[in-house]
Write a protein that binds this ligand. Structure first.
Ligand code: GEK
Length: 246
């Protein structure tokens, strides 16, 4: 892995005159592993259990999709769990900077499973013969109006018994509960070394880019697509991971 992987995230440490909308550019790529592990409570647990779930659900001669793969953390967890099954991992992202770095990281990973990297919008890709589809913290960046169509495409591309993992930041009702869980998250970030300025500038930057939904909205949409079962398997503050089975 390259040097830049260990760089500390200080993108929002200094006062920014105007905070612009968050984008997955080279500056973010350079600090991404540090940023996501200090910002998302339970991130490492969710990645490790993505591998566990892959080991349970991935069938021989099928495809696994990692949608919004970033630097390939979930792809590698899956790849290591399914060695010898002749299953392919298709890892998709629409940030060229992410994919370039991901390619370098995967090249030095020891997993022998076949991985195909795709530079594209996850709303436009073909999904077929899938036994596992993973969206770890990606659906929240897809425009809300495109989410039902994307989930329908995933459902149709999954084989019967196939598994979808969705990890997301959630919103809550009423607003007092939303504030409590958001405050707990910000306390977590403070505990990880982020300053109040970093927390508030990042919040301004990500607002309208990352649009969280309630757990009910997620579950109802999954049911409407036809998933037989859907449930959270992990939650920490306002971050949750769901599993849905076709
Ligand atoms: C991990 N799953 O380490 N099409 C393709 N990629 C997209 C789209 C889209 N429409 N929208 C966003 N992305 C990873 C972490 S990060 C989560 C996922 C975060 C990509 C975007 O370029 C970025 O790489 C990723 O989704 C979201 O478990 O940064 O909070």
């Amino acid at each position: 892995m390259g040097d830049s992987e260990s760089k500390r995230d200080n993108l929002f440490a200094n006062p920014l005159g105007a905070v612009s909308g968050f984008v997955f550019d080279q500056a973010v790529v350079d600090v991404f592993p540090d940023m996501i592990s200090r910002s998302v409570p339970g991130y490492e647990t969710i990645i490790a259990h993505t591998g566990e779930l892959a080991s349970r659900f991935v069938q021989p001669d099928t495809n696994c999709y990692d949608l919004g793969c970033s630097l390939g953390a979930s792809t590698m967890a899956i790849g290591h769990s399914i060695e010898g099954r002749n299953a392919n991992v298709v890892a998709v992202d629409n940030s060229t900077a992410m994919l370039e770095k991901c390619k370098v990281i995967l090249a030095s990973d020891s997993a022998t499973s076949a991985v195909k990297l795709v530079n594209g919008d996850i709303c436009d890709i073909d999904i077929h013969n899938a036994s596992l589809v993973v969206m770890n913290f990606t659906l929240q960046f897809v425009p809300v109006e495109k989410r039902p169509g994307l989930l329908k495409t995933i459902y149709q591309g999954l084989n019967p018994g196939g598994c979808l993992i969705i990890s997301e930041k959630l919103s809550f009702e009423p607003e007092s509960l939303n504030k409590l869980l958001s405050d707990l998250h910000h306390d977590f970030k403070r505990g990880q070394g982020y300053s109040d300025l970093e927390i508030s500038q990042k919040r301004d930057s990500i607002e309208n880019v990352l649009v969280p939904e309630t757990l009910d909205t997620h579950i109802q949409r999954l049911r409407a697509c036809g998933f037989k079962s859907a449930s959270p398997w992990f939650q920490c503050f306002n971050f949750c991971s769901l599993v849905a089975i076709k």
